[in-house]
Ligand binder design. Structure first.
Ligand code: KIV
Length: 273
């Protein structure tokens, strides 16, 4: 049964106002068939740059382009009517200057119809967030484990595990909230840190590998569907094994084609019966 009644798409101000009222439920989607299935159940769909790794089998998120992400985002927007759709700004499309970020974000929004953008970075990206927000582009911030920093981090590692690192992440989150981000993704951070940030910020925190105390949660959809290979990340859970269903369907199709059971004349055109 649908969690939401049919109606208008969730807006950014609504998501912002959910803080303290209800949990924000979010998943990623990159293609129309998946987005269509998630739409009624979630508040927000993120067309994440994780597309690079999940959808294109790349080793990291660094090489996906804004054109590719905008094309995926446009498909997700076309396939949905309820969830607020956000798109990631890809690596290299916003770090140079606020102006560069604005022109890329505006192009991606115009090309796809998303309601806003997500960008990685704390204090160092605060001016950029402010620049975008003041010019009409909602920003979802992202701190903690930031996959676009994989080379400086030396891998995908949980963050904020000692006091100094935790203080830096708190300062990052505060800076983004002050700059006008409407919500902030906390990825791969110590649980107590995520809890503290959630308690001190007046914007919603959306956790992934963070804390149940966050104002919302986000996961990569393929991780909850058993479509990410053999290993489910510690911070995720397989809620349904779609991998097994798809594998079984492919095997059954192959068997029936090989045995001449599919197609039948019912599947053909111009057959007189
Ligand atoms: O790219 C992505 O999918 C993300 C989420 C996992 C937060 O950044």
């Amino acid at each position: 049964m649908s969690v939401h009644s049919q109606g208008q798409r969730v807006t950014v101000p609504q998501l912002r106002a959910y803080k303290g009222e209800r949990k924000i439920v979010s998943l990623t989607a990159y293609i129309a068939p998946i987005a269509r299935l998630l739409d009624h159940a979630v508040d927000m769909i993120l067309v994440g740059d994780s597309t690079a790794m999940v959808g294109y089998a790349l080793p990291d998120t660094l090489s996906i382009t804004s054109d590719t992400l905008a094309a995926h985002a446009a498909a997700v927007v076309r396939a949905t009517t309820h969830a607020c759709v956000m798109v990631d700004m890809p690596f290299g499309s916003y770090q140079q200057s606020p102006q560069q970020a604005f022109s890329c974000a505006a192009q991606m929004m115009a090309a796809s119809g998303v309601s806003g953008v997500k960008l990685e970075g704390g204090q160092v990206m605060a001016d950029t967030t402010q620049f975008l927000v003041e010019r009409g582009i909602p920003v979802l911030a992202h701190v903690g484990l930031m996959p676009q920093y994989v080379n400086t981090m030396g891998g995908f590692k949980a963050q904020g595990m000692n006091d100094a690192a935790a203080q830096r992440i708190i300062a990052d989150a505060r800076a983004q909230a002050q700059a006008g981000a409407f919500a902030i993704v906390l990825e791969g951070v110590a649980e107590a840190l995520a809890r503290e940030i959630t308690q001190t910020l007046d914007i919603p925190t959306i956790g992934i590998g963070a804390s149940p105390a966050c104002d919302g949660q986000i996961l990569v959809t393929e991780d909850i569907l058993g479509l990410s290979g053999d290993r489910i990340p510690k911070f995720a859970r397989c809620f349904a094994d779609a991998g097994q269903v798809i594998r079984g369907a492919a095997e059954q199709y192959a068997k029936e084609v090989r045995e001449g059971v599919f197609p039948t004349l019912d599947n053909c055109f111009g057959v007189k019966r």
